[in-house]
Each structure stands twice: as C-alpha cells, then as structure tokens.
Design a protein around this ligand. Structure first.
Ligand SMILES: NC(=O)C1=CN([C@@H]2O[C@H](COP(=O)(O)OP(=O)(O)OC[C@H]3O[C@@H](n4cnc5c(N)ncnc54)[C@H](O)[C@@H]3O)[C@@H](O)[C@H]2O)C=CC1
Ligand SMILES: CC(=O)[C@](C)(O)C(=O)O
Ligand SMILES: [Mg+2]
Ligand SMILES: [Mg+2]
Length: 350
C-alpha cells in the first residue's frame, strides 16, 4: 500500500506496481467468480475479468433481457451462463451485481447457495449497511468484500478496452478466510481498476448515494435546467441557452478541469469570466450547502434507502424510470441539445 498525502491527510492507495495483474491472476487462479446480475456493472466486470484470464461465470434469470444480453456477449448456457442460484453454487467469489433493490428481493434465494470460505462481493455498500431494510445479513462463514468502481459500468468496460481503467474504492466488511483483503484487491485489479482507494462499506454507500443525488447527477441536471430556463425566459434561443449551459461545459471547460483542476480551467478563460465566476461561486455554494446537508442526513438516516427500495421493488420500476428519462430527453432543453450535439465540428467529416 502506498501512503499518499492528500492535502495533509495520509491515505493508503493500492497501486499497480504493488498489485500487478499477474499477482491478481495468481491469487484468483483457483477461484471461480460468479457474477450475479447483468445490467451495467455486471457485463463490464464479467467481460473485463474474462479478458484478463479469470474463470468467470454469469448468473441471471433465464430468458429475460439480461440473459439475452449475456448470450450476445458469448456466455454459454450450462457452461458459463446459469441461473443466479446455480452460478452462486458454482462460484467461490459471488459478485452480487443485481440492482440494489433486487439484492433485497433475491437474498433468500442466494444466501443458501453460499458455501464456507466463499467471498460475497458487492460494488455498493447499500445492501449490507442498510441490512435492517434489505435483510441482507451475510452468513459468518464467508468473506464480505467490496470493490466500487467510481464510474459507470459503461466506462469501466470502455476504458478497459482502451487500455486504461476506472479507479475504485475497496473495503473488507468480514474476513472469514484470512484472505479477504487479498481477494478484494485481486478482483479489483481483475475488473480493470486503476488505483484502489480504501474505504468502508458505510463510507462508500453514504458518499455514493450523496454524490449521485448531488453533483454527479441530481444537482448537475437541476442547475443546468435552472440556468437554461433562466436564459430562455429572457429571450435567448434554445441553441444559445443549451450551448451556454451544457455544450461548452462538456466539450471544453470540464475537460480542462479534468486535465489540471478548476483553477486551471478558470485561468484558461477570460479575466472577465474569472472575476465573475470567483464572485458568484460562493453564493452558489452557500445556497446549496443546506441542500447538501439535508441530502446527507437523508442518506445517513436510511430515508433514501427506503425510497429506493419502495420504488425499485415495484414490478414496473424500470418502465417508470424509463418514462421519467423519456420526459427529460423530450424536454425542450434536451431536444435542443440533441441537435446541438449533431452540429459538433467532429461531425463535419461524417
Ligand atoms: N451502474 C453502475 O455503473 C454502478 C453500479 N454500482 C452497483 O453495482 C450493482 C449493480 O448495479 P447495476 O449494474 O447498475 O444494476 P441494474 O440496476 O442495472 O440491474 C442489474 C441487474 O439486476 C437484475 N435484476 C433487477 N431486478 C431483479 C430481480 N427482481 N430479480 C433478479 N434480477 C433482477 C437486472 O436484470 C440486471 O441484470 C449495484 O449494487 C449498484 O449500486 C456501482 C457502481 C456503478
Ligand atoms: C456510476 C456510479 O458510480 C453511480 C452513479 O454511483 C451509480 O451508477 O450508482
Ligand atoms: Mg458511484
Ligand atoms: Mg451509486
């Protein structure tokens, strides 16, 4: 583990120098990794491990959308593709990658399939930390481990294929075998993680639920809509409002932030922009700080978990989510955005 000084706080980070793929392959050589669930993370982690020479099988409900997706990806029924229960029985590391709500719904079927010395693996601390709501209480005779990619499964796979990766956090909740940490790090590397940051199940789920409702998804969409609506209310065209709210951010400025930090992005904008942005950032921060505190308390209290379990346990949860995403996609802002995206200079040659 490399000790790194994050602005005065020493943290442990696992690097590829310390844990190369060859070591992960050695640690996992006698393991069978059963990936239960084939939605977003399931395919990415399963395919990356398969490409890395790990023995992987997939477990999904036969005949559904995920089963067909697994067939298309080359998983073979009866050889590498099974029902969830059979895959869990065959696996020695069981990756619980059905949706978080489905982990509650399917736990009574999966728990009996776990054998002494298995590892029960999560990519989110949700089911275990909120066990009072999910009922997911791992048996005492297994390792309970977590590797949480800090990105969409779509990026986990795409970055892997591009020769890069996505960093992940990792945690050990229960170490029955005495090898839980080594198994965790080995799977973390095998699924294509770059660097691995140590956390706990609780810190992972509290930060992740906050982040996805906040800056990464909820707050992001909300402030974009607010600015777009304000510009349109004052007579700006849809293209001008969208360009000024989304397109310039994604095609230019956020990439500068990714390259070298926020100040670097500011420094590469006009001094007019710098002055104004430095003046207004505090107001936006102060206006949203109470909202973030309320959000964090809603996460920590379990209220967000109750909401997720209540909504995503409904038989038609997918249809409802897809209907709300369709409403977003068909809003003026995002219809204008679709046309703006098609007018990107990179499309000139097409
Ligand atoms: N989506 C992502 O990129 C990330 C997801 N995670 C975590 O990874 C885990 C899996 O997440 P996703 O792949 O997004 O899940 P998802 O919501 O896409 O669902 C994954 C699978 O669950 C199955 N499923 C849903 N309801 C079921 C039921 N009642 N019975 C059996 N199977 C059912 C679906 O068929 C699908 O194969 C979750 O714990 C999530 O929090 C962590 C990091 C990022
Ligand atoms: C992609 C990711 O890290 C999220 C937003 O936490 C999730 O999909 O749950
Ligand atoms: Mg996340
Ligand atoms: Mg999440």
């Amino acid at each position: 583990m490399a000790k790194m000084d994050f602005a005065g706080v020493l943290e442990e980070v696992v690097t590829r120098e310390e844990f190369p793929l060859s070591r992960a392959q050695e640690v996992l050589k006698d393991e069978v990794v059963a990936v239960l669930g084939y939605g977003v993370q399931g395919p990415a982690q399963a395919l990356n491990m398969r490409d890395n020479g790990i023995k992987v099988i997939v477990g999904v409900t036969p005949g559904g959308r995920s089963w067909n997706k697994a067939l298309q990806d080359g998983w073979v029924p009866g050889e590498t593709l099974f029902s969830m229960e059979e895959a869990a029985e065959r696996g020695t590391i069981v990756q619980y990658l059905v949706s978080d709500a489905a982990q509650k719904l399917t736990w009574e079927r999966i728990r009996p399939c776990l054998k002494e010395g298995d590892a029960l693996y999560f990519s989110h601390g949700f089911a275990v930390v909120y066990r009072d709501q999910t009922g997911v209480v791992p048996p005492p005779y297994v390792d309970v481990i977590l590797v949480a990619p800090k990105g969409s499964g779509t990026s986990v796979r795409a970055n892997f294929l591009a020769g890069s990766g996505i960093n992940s956090s990792f945690a050990v909740e229960q170490d029955y075998t005495g090898r839980a940490r080594e198994r965790t790090l080995a799977v973390g590397i095998a699924i294509g993680s770059g660097y691995l940051f140590e956390t706990t199940f609780q810190h992972e789920v509290y930060s992740d639920l906050t982040g996805e409702r906040g800056v990464l998804m909820g707050a992001l969409a909300g402030i974009m809509e607010a600015q777009y609506q304000t510009l349109r209310a004052h007579g700006h065209t849809p293209s001008e409002a969208f360009n000024e709210t989304v397109e310039e951010l994604t095609q230019s400025l956020i990439r500068l932030v990714a390259q070298n930090g926020m100040d670097w992005m500011y420094a590469n904008c006009s001094t007019t922009a710098q002055r104004g942005a430095l003046d207004w950032r505090h107001e936006f921060r102060d206006a949203t700080l109470p909202v973030f505190e309320r959000l964090y308390q809603s996460v920590a209290s379990g209220a967000e978990t109750r909401r997720v379990l209540e909504a995503n346990s409904q038989p038609d949860y997918k249809e409802k989510l897809e209907a709300e995403l369709r409403e977003m996609r068909e809003s003026e802002m995002w219809r204008a955005g679709a046309l703006v995206r098609s007018l990107r200079p990179e499309n000139w040659q097409k």
